[in-house]
Design a binder for this molecule. Structure first.
Ligand SMILES: [Zn+2]
Length: 291
């Protein structure tokens, strides 16, 4: 009895000692069980595989997709990536059967204003271009990704390929409104049970997520473009060619973090809507249902 009392006292002291926003102690409530859904925004027919799977045959084509991922639990509606809607990209890319991200979340029963958090894997137009459609959400991005694409990327020698200046302005606006959170690097718990990781280097400081659960999943975004990156052990397209080994290393780490390559969800692979049970544009990502 006395031992139980002491343990309770210790737990209470730990809780009292934690600053607000700190990672909960083991004594705190266990993280919520999350549901994960992939929502297809559009098709991208006839893409060159070699642009996504480094070293694949030059003339091989694949029909890929654009998607966002909705994570629900613990009173939150979290989006991983925000899709896109700006005119210019419809001229520059082949985009078919498009649905805007704010309409896409409605298909899963969530109103755009009910989205509480948007975690941005990287600053490219097709991932960060929809943040203005979720007015009440807190936006999460890596601190280094924010720093690079709001500054050095636009200086001589910088690389802002695939970055929309309008998205950058929106990101800065969110910051001035107090609704932006900067994540400090690798292996950081951002929301109970959800951790951010870096090292894939698709962009300057791209990140991916591990969603804890029984079992866990890794949402890779473009750090793994297609399932083929994993099965053929080929790098995904990276910030520079020097990052290919780092990308392969991060793929191996994702397998460890998810416990299986089957539970890594790539950024642009249409197969995720066949591997997992889908209704229309929405696939429910569940371990029991992997085909
Ligand atoms: Zn992408």
């Amino acid at each position: 009895m006395r031992r139980i009392l002491l343990a309770a006292l210790f737990a209470a002291q730990l809780a009292a000692a934690s600053p607000p926003g700190a990672v909960p102690s083991p004594a705190a409530a266990s993280p919520p069980e999350y549901s994960i859904q992939a929502i297809r925004l559009a098709d991208s027919p006839g893409d060159a595989v070699a642009d996504m799977v480094i070293g694949a045959p030059k003339d091989e084509k694949i029909d890929s997709i654009y998607a966002i991922w909705l994570i629900r639990g613990g009173g939150r509606n979290i989006l991983f990536d925000s899709g896109f809607h700006r005119e210019r990209w419809f001229k520059e890319s082949t985009i078919k059967d498009y649905l805007s991200p704010d309409q896409a979340v409605r298909l899963a029963g969530v109103k755009p204003e009910e989205v509480t958090d948007v975690v941005i894997s990287h600053a490219h137009w097709d991932h960060m271009g929809g943040i203005d459609l979720f007015p009440h959400a807190v936006i999460w991005i890596q601190r280094e990704e924010f720093r690079y694409y709001t500054g050095p990327a636009w200086q001589p020698g910088g690389d802002h390929d695939g970055i929309d200046p309008e998205d950058v302005l929106e990101l800065v606006k969110r910051n001035t409104e107090g609704r932006l959170r900067l994540i400090d690097g690798d292996d950081v718990q951002i929301i109970p049970g959800i951790r951010a990781y870096t090292g894939g280097r698709h962009t300057y400081a791209s990140q991916y997520l591990r969603v804890g659960g029984a079992p866990p999943f890794v949402l890779a975004s473009d750090n793994v473009y297609l399932y083929r990156n994993l099965t053929e052990r080929r790098p995904s397209a990276t910030f520079s060619e020097a990052d290919y080994p780092a990308n392969l290393k991060s793929q191996a780490r994702m397998i460890e973090l998810a416990g299986s390559a089957q539970r890594i969800i790539p950024g642009h692979d249409a197969l995720q809507f066949q591997k997992f049970p889908s209704v229309g544009r929405v696939a429910t990502i569940k371990a029991a249902d992997i085909k």
